[in-house]
Design a protein around this ligand. Structure first.
Ligand code: HEM
Length: 419
C-alpha cells in the first residue's frame, strides 16, 4: 500500500474557509497527486479530484451517503433525512419519484413557463432606472418553480419565498449569520409547504397529476406508505429550492456575456445547440458547488491507497470541472469546447456525476439546462440592456460564490425597438 499524501496540520477547517473552491485543487497541485488526506472539523478526510476519482466516488459498493452530510447542511440546504442521505433500493425508489417529473413534455412546459415569467417582468424593467438581475431572477424562477410544481404562490409572498429558497442554498459554506439565516428560511419554507401538502391530501387544494406537488403528496415508499408530511414537504422543497438556485447560473451567464460580448451576438443568431454549449460552459466554468461527500462503506484498496471503513471522502467538483487533463485551457471561458464533448458521466460534474437512476447525480440537470436556455433566450433575443459600472468580480472563497454586484442592468429595451 502506497502512503497517501497526508497533511501534517492538526485541522485544516480554517484553510478550507480561507481557500474555498481552491482548497482541494491547491493541495492536489502541490502534492502532484489527485488524492490526499487531511483533517477537517476534527476528523480525517480523504479529498480527491478528477475523472477517475469521480468514477470511484460513484461506486455504490464502496461508498455510502449515510452520515456523510453534516447536520448543519441538512438543517439548511438539504432538509433532514431526505434523498441526499439515502442508499440502495430505498434511494433508487425515491430517485424515481424525482426522475418521473422530468419527462420531455414536463421539461418543455418548464421552459415555456420560464419564458412567460421573464416576459411578465419586462414592463417594470423598462421603466426602472436599473435592476439587480440576481434579485429579479430569483423571483422569476420562484414564480416559475411554484407554477410548474403546482404550488400556489400569492404575488405578495413571492419575494420572501424566493429569498428563503436562495438562503437555504446560500448557507452551505457559511458559519455565523448566513448559516442561521438559512435555518430560518428552511423552517419557514417547510412550514409553508407542509401546509400545502396537507391541503392536497385533505382535498382542499386540487393538484394536477403531472405536478411535483401531486407526486410528493401521494408517493408511496417501499413500505407502501405515503411519506409523512414533513418528508413530503422536504422532497418538494428539493424541487423548488434548486430551481430557484438556477438564478446563480443565470447571473453568471450574464457576466459571461458581458465579458465575452461576441457570444451575445452569436446567441442572437443561434439555435438550440449553441445555447446548450454556452449553458454547459457556464456550469463548468463558474464556481457553484465546491465538492461532494460520501463515507467508505467497507474498507478497500484503490490504486494502492487504503480507504478505511467510515472514512469521509470529498470529491472535488470545481477542480474536476477545471482539470487540465479533461479540459483544454480549463480557465478559459470557451463554449465551443462542448461542440465535440463526448458526454462523459464523470468529467462535467457541476451537478454530480454517474447515472441518474442509480447514483445521486442531480435529477434536475435537464431542468437546469432548460431553464438556463429559456432565460438566455429571453435575455439575448428579446431584450437589450447595458451593464453600468459595477464590481464585476466574484469570490473564489465564499461558498457559494455569486457575482458580487448581483449583476446590475440598465437601459433595458425590447430587442426589436433597440435595433
Ligand atoms: C443533487 C447541483 C438543480 C434536484 C444534486 C447534487 C448536486 C446538485 C451537486 C449532488 C449530486 C450527488 O450527491 O452526487 C445542482 C445545481 C443545480 C441543481 C448546481 C442548479 C442550480 C436542481 C434542480 C432540481 C434538483 C433544478 C430539481 C428540479 C436535486 C435532487 C438531488 C440533487 C433531488 C438529490 C439526488 C440524489 O440524492 O439522488 N444537485 N442541482 N437540482 N439535485 Fe440538483
Amino acid at each position: 500500500v502506497t502512503p497517501i499524501p497526508r497533511e501534517q496540520t492538526l485541522d485544516n477547517s480554517l484553510a478550507l474557509l480561507k481557500e474555498g473552491y481552491q482548497f482541494i485543487p491547491n493541495r492536489c497541485q502541490s502534492y502532484g497527486a489527485d488524492i490526499f488526506e487531511t483533517r477537517l472539523l476534527g476528523e480525517k478526510v480523504i479529498c480527491m479530484s478528477g475523472e477517475e476519482a469521480a468514477e470511484l466516488f460513484y461506486d455504490k459498493e464502496k461508498f455510502t451517503r449515510k452520515g456523510a452530510a453534516p447536520k448543519r447542511i441538512q438543517k439548511t440546504l438539504f432538509g433532514e433525512n431526505a434523498i441526499q442521505g439515502m442508499d440502495g433500493k430505498a434511494h433508487e425508489h425515491r430517485k424515481q419519484l424525482f426522475m418521473k417529473l422530468m419527462t420531455e413534455e414536463r421539461l418543455q412546459r418548464l421552459s415555456e413557463i420560464t419564458t412567460e415569467e421573464w416576459r411578465r417582468k419586462f414592463p417594470a424593467w423598462q421603466k426602472a432606472e436599473k435592476v439587480v438581475l440576481f434579485q429579479e431572477a430569483k423571483e422569476v424562477l420562484c414564480r416559475a418553480a411554484c407554477r410548474w410544481a403546482g404550488v400556489p404562490l400569492e404575488e405578495s409572498e413571492v419575494k420572501e419565498r424566493a429569498d428563503d429558497f436562495w438562503d437555504m442554498v446560500d448557507a452551505f459554506g457559511a458559519v455565523g449569520p448566513r448559516h442561521w439565516q438559512g435555518r430560518k428560511a428552511r423552517k419557514r419554507g417547510e412550514a409553508w409547504i407542509k401546509k400545502v401538502i396537507h391541503q392536497v391530501r385533505d382535498g382542499e387544494l386540487k393538484a394536477d397529476k403531472n405536478t411535483a406537488l401531486f407526486a410528493m403528496a401521494f408517493h408511496r415508499d417501499l413500505n407502501g406508505e405515503h411519506l409523512d408530511s414533513e418528508m413530503a414537504s422536504i422532497e418538494l422543497i428539493n424541487v423548488l429550492r434548486p430551481l430557484v438556485a438556477i438564478t446563480n447560473f443565470i447571473a453568471f451567464s450574464v457576466l459571461a456575456l458581458h465579458e465575452h460580448p461576441q457570444y451575445r451576438n452569436q446567441l442572437q443568431e443561434a439555435d438550440d445547440d449553441f445555447f446548450e454549449m454556452f449553458s454547459q460552459e457556464v456550469r463548468r466554468y463558474y464556481p457553484f458547488g465546491p465538492f461532494l461527500g460520501a463515507r467508505v462503506r467497507r474498507g478497500f484498496i484503490w490504486n494502492d491507497i487504503k480507504f478505511e471503513k467510515g472514512r469521509l471522502v470529498l470529491l472535488d467538483i470545481y477542480g474536476t470541472n477545471h482539470d487540465p487533463r479533461l479540459w483544454k485551457e480549463p480557465d478559459k471561458f470557451y463554449p465551443e469546447r462542448f461542440g465535440d464533448w463526448n458526454g462523459g458521466l464523470f468529467d462535467l460534474i457541476p451537478q454530480g456525476g454517474g447515472e441518474y437512476y442509480k447514483n445521486h447525480r442531480c435529477p434536475g440537470e435537464w431542468a437546469t439546462l432548460r431553464v438556463m436556455k429559456a432565460s438566455l433566450d429571453f435575455l439575448t433575443k428579446e431584450i437589450t440592456y447595458q451593464v453600468p459600472d459595477q464590481v464585476l468580480s466574484y469570490s473564489m472563497v465564499r461558498m457559494p460564490s455569486v457575482p458580487e454586484s448581483g449583476m446590475v442592468l440598465n437601459e433595458i429595451q425590447k430587442f426589436e425597438e433597440a435595433k
